[in-house]
Design a protein around this ligand. Structure first.
Ligand code: COI
Length: 330
């Protein structure tokens, strides 16, 4: 069986090679995203693996269908870069991956701790031999209420890991996850906004979650609230967030994701002009930590992303079904 894998990175190659050997696959590796310029690499191959920079809209999906693509697996959990409805309408079935939540959950807690302990300022100062204490007083988790929005596998994992810190944990989600029974209290979104000292978002990007952090929702939050987002940048209206930082409504912010990050994050742009004014402005605040969408990036997760994507494609072809299939009604 043949598979064309797009957006391949060097660190994935050994995993791809081993999995391909074990599953008896003929692989074609393209290190660029799948788009109208790289489409021609797919020749007589119904099965494609991509990650998040291949934006599959209706027009590209129509072309993919025409050249015989039938199965697409994204090596990511999020699938907001794929118009699944259009894919299904063009006879293409889509799957995502379910790598373990621990990498992102660990990273989320690291950001919370770095923000609570003002680590960015402390690091800046020590770099210039300023070892003063003034302004660096932090907060302890045990005296805080942490609000987790979204209790799927990542949100639930964050909650489980937080139990060791002695904080009060409240949560909000569309559906309740039994894994957090007894360790977090489910509350309405408004109540979470009202009570939480720290809020972390673990939600997919949908029409409903797009810019859910905005002027109106920020108004409902505590003054000095700490926000962490390791999900999708588009959850936040960044202009409103910037204003809230300027007004000290937001006390600290940790973002591993940023709206329109696609052509910036995971690229070396040291000698380029970056055209994202909000990103440039927000990163200069002493209480804002930006990282380049690396919460997922662990040895364990990368193994899982590759293997699970290939397994999904094999399952589609050999069994006509796949346990990670995404349906357009989802
Ligand atoms: C995801 O798996 O959804 C991520 O955010 C990781 C990224 C490589 C797309």
């Amino acid at each position: 069986m043949k598979i064309v894998a797009f957006e391949t990175r060097n660190d994935e190659m050994a995993v791809f090679a081993k999995a391909a050997r074990e599953m008896n696959l003929e692989m074609i590796y393209i290190d660029r995203p799948l788009d109208s310029c790289t489409l021609h690499y797919i020749k007589d191959c119904p099965s494609i693996s991509i990650i998040g920079k291949s934006v599959l809209d209706e027009s590209l999906l129509a072309q993919l269908s025409q050249i015989g693509v039938r199965f697409i697996s994204t090596r990511s959990v999020g699938y907001d870069h794929i118009d699944v409805k259009a894919a299904n309408a063009h006879g293409i079935r889509v799957s995502n991956t379910h790598y373990g939540p621990d990498g992102v959950a660990d990273y989320t807690i690291m950001l919370v701790l770095m923000l609570l302990r003002k680590y960015k300022q402390a690091m800046w100062r020590s770099n210039v031999n300023d070892y003063s204490l003034v302004g660096l007083q932090g907060r302890e988790m045990r005296s805080l209420t942490i609000g987790i929005i979204g209790t799927g596998s990542i949100g639930a994992s964050v909650i489980q890991k937080l139990t060791g810190f002695g904080c009060k944990i409240i949560a909000h989600s569309n559906s309740e996850n039994p894994l957090i029974n007894g360790i977090a209290e489910y509350v309405t979104l408004d109540e979470l906004y009202r009570r939480a000292d720290v809020i972390s978002f673990h939600l997919p990007l949908t029409e409903k979650t797009f810019h859910m952090v905005n002027k109106a929702s920020l108004q409902k939050m505590k003054s000095g609230v700490i926000l962490v987002n390791c999900s999708r940048g588009e959850l936040m209206n960044i202009a409103d967030v910037i204003e809230a930082i300027e007004m000290s409504k937001i006390g600290a912010l940790g973002l591993d994701v940023f709206e329109n990050e696609k052509d910036i994050y995971h690229h070396d742009l040291r000698t380029n002009i970056i055209r994202n004014r909000e990103m440039a402005y927000i990163r200069q605040f002493p209480n804002v930590i930006l990282t380049q969408h690396i919460a997922f990036y662990t040895h364990e997760a990368v193994q899982n992303m590759v293997v699970s994507s290939l397994r999904s494609l094999v399952s589609f072809v050999e069994k006509g079904e796949c346990e990670n299939e995404i349906h357009s009604s989802n």
